[in-house]
Design a protein around this ligand. Structure first.
Ligand code: ADP
Ligand code: MG
Length: 279
């Protein structure tokens, strides 16, 4: 029995169009087609140009949605960029190199970055900015502290899903490991972390932040042999950033004190909405 035989009026084209555009996953087409049609009529655009404008809007929106998805998947503790990074506060940092790296060529070449420096000098901030730039340029990113990463690896091993987690950590284009050095690792923890570096070698980029100079990395990994093998892989293709100087946090609170503000006015508040790991 056909629809017309039942004497129902056919669905208006808008209803079907809405359904089809949803099915095709073209939300911007759906949202904008009426508005752009009015624009096209006003400007005397022909059909190809009308469709082209809609297709361009859909592409721009799709790219934005993908960047947002990558940022969510990266699990950044805060979203920070180099726009809010004051290079004059840390003269030891090679600014031209940082700006060059922010263009993400290192991620294409699967090179690594190691940022070394004492606490509060902007290592986490800079690596969050590299992570954000990578998300914007289409790379998948995971941001995690060394302690949390080792914890996750040990837990996955106990629950017999280590291979799956290792596969995930090996395929991500950029892995950012923050705060290597604050906590010494158990032998198993050190070995599991070593395996990740080893599996990622020349497959993807890794950024490591540490408060310890290389000579002291054995205190984290325990064994000299393991540390040597790890540094060998990690530093094969590497850009080293030196952030040595006064803590930015301390400097800021000193400046506030000088201005006569009580510490409770601002100092207790995380800057930029940062989730501040105790370091
Ligand atoms: P680290 O990871 O080296 O201990 P952070 O990146 O966590 O240091 O920096 C501490 C705080 O100071 C953060 O809120 C960070 O955004 C801010 N900060 C550090 N260095 C700078 C800088 N050069 N310009 C702007 N903000 C900075
Ligand atoms: Mg930090």
């Amino acid at each position: 029995m056909t629809v017309s035989a039942r004497n129902d009026s056919p669905a208006p084209p808008q209803v079907l169009l809405t359904h089809h555009l949803r099915q095709l996953k073209l939300p911007t087409f759906l949202r904008e087609y009426d508005k752009v049609a009015a624009e096209a009529a006003r400007e005397g655009l022909d059909h190809p140009r009308y469709l082209l404008r809609l297709a361009e809007l859909e592409l721009i929106d799709r790219e934005r949605r993908m960047v947002e998805r990558r940022i969510r998947a990266a699990h950044f503790p805060a979203v920070k960029s180099f726009d809010t990074f004051d290079f004059t506060a840390i003269p030891s940092l090679n600014k031209p190199l940082v700006l060059e790296l922010a263009r993400c060529e290192y991620a294409v070449a699967r090179e690594n970055i190691i940022a070394l420096g004492n606490s509060g000098t902007g290592k986490t901030h800079a690596s969050l900015a590299f992570g954000l730039a990578a998300c914007q340029r289409g790379f998948s990113v995971i941001f995690i502290t060394a302690a949390a990463l080792v914890h996750q690896l040990m837990e996955a091993r106990d629950e017999r899903r280590l291979l799956k987690l290792q596969a995930q950590l090996t395929t991500v284009k950029l892995l950012i490991i923050d705060e290597l050095g604050y906590v010494p690792l158990s032998q198993t923890g050190a070995e599991l972390l070593f395996e990740i570096f080893s599996q990622r070698h020349e497959r993807g980029s890794t950024i490591v932040n540490s408060n310890l100079p290389f000579e002291e990395w054995t205190t984290v990994f325990g064994s000299q042999r393991l540390t040597g093998a790890l540094l060998d892989r990690l530093t094969h293709h590497v850009h080293i950033l030196e952030l040595n100087g006064e803590s930015y946090r301390l400097k800021q609170s000193a400046a506030r004190r000088k201005r006569g503000q009580r510490p409770s006015d601002e100092a207790a508040k995380p800057i930029d909405g940062e989730i501040d790991p105790a370091n």
